[in-house]
Ligand binder design. Structure first.
Ligand code: ADP
Ligand code: GLC
Length: 509
């Protein structure tokens, strides 16, 4: 097998705050079919250590542990201390790597308790975002680059596992391709942008702590409006850049979506590829999903049972029109703020809405206000609940994704698979995956959802009206539901695209 190291801050089934984790967790299985043995390096947060319990013994690199992880010679030494580095000045303390298997994913957990042994999510604790997130994820990136440079000793094997490709995800891993270039390591790297809005931006005073070379602090380097951007460092140094839909790759060339980094994308245009995410069919399949009453495109009766159950779970009364769902982080990206100005007509025409989400306090309050305004028709659950999300796609008639920007988006794909028709704004991966209902697509028998533009409350209101009308045409609706369910959004196509990119960059046949 060819070898690739994937490095990210979250991965299903270990830790998830959004789609990044779904994708990082699904890629190893998808790439195995392309002949690539992918291992995933993530921080050993407490939850990760629990899943690896009892903790596997640490694995060594071939490097001589010590000052900044200098390069050692030859094969891994059996008696070498199992640390990645021990220098107390390097990211504040020593680190080691634990190698284990969880849910079919080969995990390399970076164990550095002073950085990762904290309560809360991957980025924040009870008191908010961690003050040292830049250091925490620079350490992760450094570890990835060190593994690519030195290889890891395989337990029981005599040749180290040294990746032929390093695949970094988002700003948290942005420095990995940069360290590789600065160290002169010949392992090609890829940086995938899952979200350009998170740029890993910190003040220049952190430069030494992040081990960034002074000469890189300039426009053609990692400098960004007087600050450091770890995402920019990655974009400037990775051998290839991918983003999670072709449309988002194009959008990123413009300031509106590039958010200050559009110049870098233009500069590197020849190295930028849009590769759409897939969905994990073993987890998202209405025929086998243990969380629901199963159904298929050929036999939809189960869906009506799921709809009833969902209404009850959200304390909704009878919903004579379409039952719309929304499963989302509640942040400005997701266009949630458009809801108050767009729902009246939809609810008056018989529609209902079930919302599951968590995020910004103002948004949580706002959606709770909707439940109070439309009792029995709008139900809201604040929180994160994987099982409930499955029941919602199974029971919902339509899923709303009114994002201002959406690099790929996974919920519209889950919706398609579950016969829960997507109602989406025409941006990024939403535009790339949903065929909007129009006279043309109706004539061609091609529509799989409702697509609206521009992203404002007037357009959303009209989209919801179109939804109500489309839903009332029971025959046309059933055809659209089935068309969506039969479209293949599995990983095969995208895995082949990643595999081909890895092959090309690493010079593998
Ligand atoms: P993003 O990564 O920007 O949040 P995606 O659509 O790519 O958007 O991925 C979101 C993922 O998180 C999906 O798997 C979605 O089902 C899940 N998700 C979001 N919010 C919740 C929630 N409150 N409860 C359960 N799952 C959620
Ligand atoms: C990001 C994006 C989302 C994408 C996900 C996985 O969180 O916001 O659109 O689907 O990453 O790539």
């Amino acid at each position: 097998m060819k070898r690739v190291l994937s490095v990210a801050s979250e991965a299903v089934p270990l830790v998830k705050t959004g789609g990044l984790a779904d994708v990082v967790g699904a890629l190893p299985g998808a790439l195995a079919g392309q002949g690539w043995d992918m291992r995933v390096l993530i921080p050993a947060y407490p939850g990760v250590l629990e899943r690896l319990a009892p903790p596997p013994p640490p694995v060594t690199t071939t490097a001589v542990p010590g000052k900044g992880g200098r390069r050692g010679k030859g094969a891994p030494q059996a008696d070498a201390p199992a640390v990645l580095w021990s220098d107390p000045d390097l990211f504040g303390g020593p680190a080691r790597v634990l190698a284990g298997q969880v849910g079919g994913v080969q995990v390399l957990a970076l164990d550095a308790p002073h950085l990762y042994d904290r309560p809360g999510g991957p980025y924040s604790g009870p008191a908010g975002d961690h003050w040292d997130n830049a250091e925490r994820f620079a350490a992760l990136s450094w570890a990835a680059a060190a593994i690519a440079r030195d290889g890891l000793a395989e337990p029981g094997g005599d040749t180290p596992w040294r990746p032929q490709i390093l695949h970094a995800h988002d700003w948290q891993a942005g420095l990995a391709p940069a360290y590789l270039k600065w160290w002169g390591v010949d392992v090609p790297s890829i940086l995938t942008i899952h979200n350009m809005a998170f740029q890993g931006r910190v003040g220049p005073a952190k430069r030494a702590a992040l081990r960034l070379p002074a000469e890189g602090f300039q426009r053609d380097g990692y400098e960004f409006w007087g600050d450091i951007s770890t995402l920019k460092a990655g974009l400037m140094n990775a051998d290839a850049i991918t983003t999670v839909s072709p449309r988002y790759a194009e959008e990123l060339m413009r300031g509106e979506f590039g958010l200050g980094l559009e110049g870098v994308i233009q500069l590197r245009a020849g190295a930028v590829h849009g590769i759409l995410n897939g969905i994990d069919d073993t987890v998202w399949n209405p025929e086998t999903d243990p969380a629901i009453t199963p159904y298929s495109a050929a036999r939809l009766t189960g869906k009506a049972i799921n709809r009833k159950a969902l209404q009850a779970e959200f304390n909704l009364g009878e919903v004579p029109g379409p039952l719309l769902i929304l499963v989302s982080r509640l942040t400005p990206q997701k266009g949630i703020d458009l809801l108050p100005g767009a729902l009246d007509g939809f609810i008056a025409a018989g529609g209902g809405l079930a919302i599951l989400g968590s995020g910004d306090p103002w948004a949580e309050e706002m959606v709770q206000g909707l439940a109070a305004r439309f009792p029995g028709r709008v139900g809201v659950k604040i929180g994160y609940d994987e099982g409930l999300s499955h029941r919602m796609f199974a029971g919902g008639d339509a899923v709303l994704v009114p994002s201002r920007f959406e690099p790929c988006g996974l919920t519209q794909l889950y919706g398609l698979r579950y016969g829960c028709v997507p109602v989406v704004s025409a941006v990024g991966g939403l535009a790339d995956t949903v065929i909007g209902l129009s006279p043309a697509t109706e004539a061609a028998g091609a529509a799989t959802g409702i697509v609206f533009h521009p992203v404002d409350d007037l357009a959303l209101r009209q989209a919801l009206q179109r939804l109500t009308e489309a839903w009332a045409d029971r025959k046309g609706w059933a055809a659209m539901v089935k068309r969506g369910m039969r479209t293949d959004w599995g990983w095969a196509r995208s895995a082949a695209a990643y595999g081909a990119l890895y092959d090309r960059l690493s010079g593998q046949p």
